[in-house]
Design a protein. Structure first.
Length: 123
Protein backbone atom coordinates (compact mmCIF):
# COMPACT_ATOMS: atom_id res chain seq x y z
CA UNK A 1 0.00 0.00 0.00
CA UNK A 2 1.62 3.11 -1.21
CA UNK A 3 -0.10 6.14 0.21
CA UNK A 4 1.26 9.29 -1.23
CA UNK A 5 1.51 12.23 1.11
CA UNK A 6 0.08 15.52 -0.08
CA UNK A 7 2.72 17.70 -1.62
CA UNK A 8 3.79 20.38 0.86
CA UNK A 9 5.99 23.12 -0.44
CA UNK A 10 9.22 23.34 1.54
CA UNK A 11 10.99 26.24 -0.12
CA UNK A 12 11.88 29.49 1.62
CA UNK A 13 9.31 31.38 -0.45
CA UNK A 14 6.44 29.24 0.76
CA UNK A 15 7.62 29.55 4.36
CA UNK A 16 7.76 33.32 4.17
CA UNK A 17 4.30 33.39 2.57
CA UNK A 18 2.90 31.26 5.41
CA UNK A 19 4.56 33.51 8.01
CA UNK A 20 3.12 36.61 6.36
CA UNK A 21 -0.34 35.04 6.30
CA UNK A 22 -0.09 34.16 10.00
CA UNK A 23 1.10 37.66 10.92
CA UNK A 24 -1.71 39.30 8.97
CA UNK A 25 -4.29 37.09 10.71
CA UNK A 26 -2.83 37.96 14.12
CA UNK A 27 -2.75 41.69 13.34
CA UNK A 28 -6.39 41.61 12.26
CA UNK A 29 -7.34 39.77 15.46
CA UNK A 30 -5.53 42.20 17.75
CA UNK A 31 -6.62 45.50 16.25
CA UNK A 32 -6.69 48.76 18.19
CA UNK A 33 -8.68 48.85 21.39
CA UNK A 34 -11.58 51.33 21.31
CA UNK A 35 -11.04 52.09 25.02
CA UNK A 36 -7.35 53.01 24.74
CA UNK A 37 -6.91 56.75 25.00
CA UNK A 38 -3.21 57.14 25.78
CA UNK A 39 -0.45 55.33 23.91
CA UNK A 40 0.84 52.42 25.95
CA UNK A 41 4.42 52.89 24.70
CA UNK A 42 4.57 56.40 26.17
CA UNK A 43 3.15 55.21 29.47
CA UNK A 44 5.54 52.28 29.58
CA UNK A 45 8.50 54.56 28.95
CA UNK A 46 7.32 57.02 31.60
CA UNK A 47 6.97 54.16 34.06
CA UNK A 48 10.44 52.88 33.29
CA UNK A 49 11.99 56.36 33.66
CA UNK A 50 10.25 56.85 37.02
CA UNK A 51 11.29 53.40 38.22
CA UNK A 52 14.92 53.88 37.20
CA UNK A 53 15.19 57.23 38.98
CA UNK A 54 13.46 56.08 42.15
CA UNK A 55 15.37 52.80 42.31
CA UNK A 56 18.72 54.60 42.09
CA UNK A 57 17.74 57.04 44.83
CA UNK A 58 16.23 54.43 47.16
CA UNK A 59 19.15 52.03 46.83
CA UNK A 60 21.69 54.84 47.32
CA UNK A 61 19.91 56.22 50.38
CA UNK A 62 19.40 52.74 51.84
CA UNK A 63 23.01 51.69 51.49
CA UNK A 64 24.18 55.09 52.75
CA UNK A 65 21.92 54.86 55.82
CA UNK A 66 23.17 51.32 56.56
CA UNK A 67 26.80 52.41 56.24
CA UNK A 68 26.13 55.40 58.49
CA UNK A 69 24.67 53.13 61.15
CA UNK A 70 27.58 50.73 60.89
CA UNK A 71 30.36 53.36 60.80
CA UNK A 72 28.59 55.86 63.08
CA UNK A 73 28.98 58.70 60.55
CA UNK A 74 25.40 59.93 60.61
CA UNK A 75 24.66 61.94 57.43
CA UNK A 76 27.88 61.66 55.45
CA UNK A 77 27.52 58.31 53.66
CA UNK A 78 23.82 58.81 53.02
CA UNK A 79 24.44 62.15 51.29
CA UNK A 80 27.32 60.77 49.21
CA UNK A 81 25.38 57.69 48.13
CA UNK A 82 22.27 59.80 47.47
CA UNK A 83 24.19 61.63 44.75
CA UNK A 84 25.73 58.41 43.43
CA UNK A 85 22.26 56.81 43.28
CA UNK A 86 20.86 59.86 41.50
CA UNK A 87 23.70 59.70 38.96
CA UNK A 88 23.12 55.97 38.42
CA UNK A 89 19.39 56.57 37.94
CA UNK A 90 20.03 59.33 35.42
CA UNK A 91 22.49 57.16 33.54
CA UNK A 92 19.91 54.36 33.34
CA UNK A 93 17.29 56.83 32.10
CA UNK A 94 19.70 58.08 29.43
CA UNK A 95 20.37 54.51 28.30
CA UNK A 96 16.64 53.78 28.15
CA UNK A 97 15.87 56.94 26.16
CA UNK A 98 18.74 56.57 23.69
CA UNK A 99 18.05 52.90 23.03
CA UNK A 100 21.22 51.57 24.59
CA UNK A 101 19.15 49.16 26.67
CA UNK A 102 20.98 47.73 29.61
CA UNK A 103 24.39 47.58 27.96
CA UNK A 104 27.14 48.19 30.49
CA UNK A 105 30.22 50.25 29.84
CA UNK A 106 31.33 52.45 26.98
CA UNK A 107 29.30 52.20 23.78
CA UNK A 108 31.35 52.96 20.67
CA UNK A 109 29.11 53.95 17.74
CA UNK A 110 31.56 52.80 15.04
CA UNK A 111 31.30 49.16 16.18
CA UNK A 112 27.59 49.08 15.36
CA UNK A 113 27.42 51.10 12.14
CA UNK A 114 28.68 49.87 8.78
CA UNK A 115 31.59 51.67 7.21
CA UNK A 116 30.99 54.24 4.42
CA UNK A 117 32.17 51.73 1.85
CA UNK A 118 29.39 49.36 2.87
CA UNK A 119 31.46 46.66 4.55
CA UNK A 120 30.94 45.72 8.17
CA UNK A 121 34.55 45.85 9.37
CA UNK A 122 35.48 47.85 12.44
CA UNK A 123 38.75 49.61 13.00
Amino acid sequence: MDKSKPDRPTSKDSLSKRIQALESRQNKAKGPSPHAQLPTNGLALAGRVTTELLAGLIVGIGIGWALDQWLNTTPMMMVILFFLGAAAGMMNVWRALTGRGMAAGFFKESYHKPDKRGDDETK
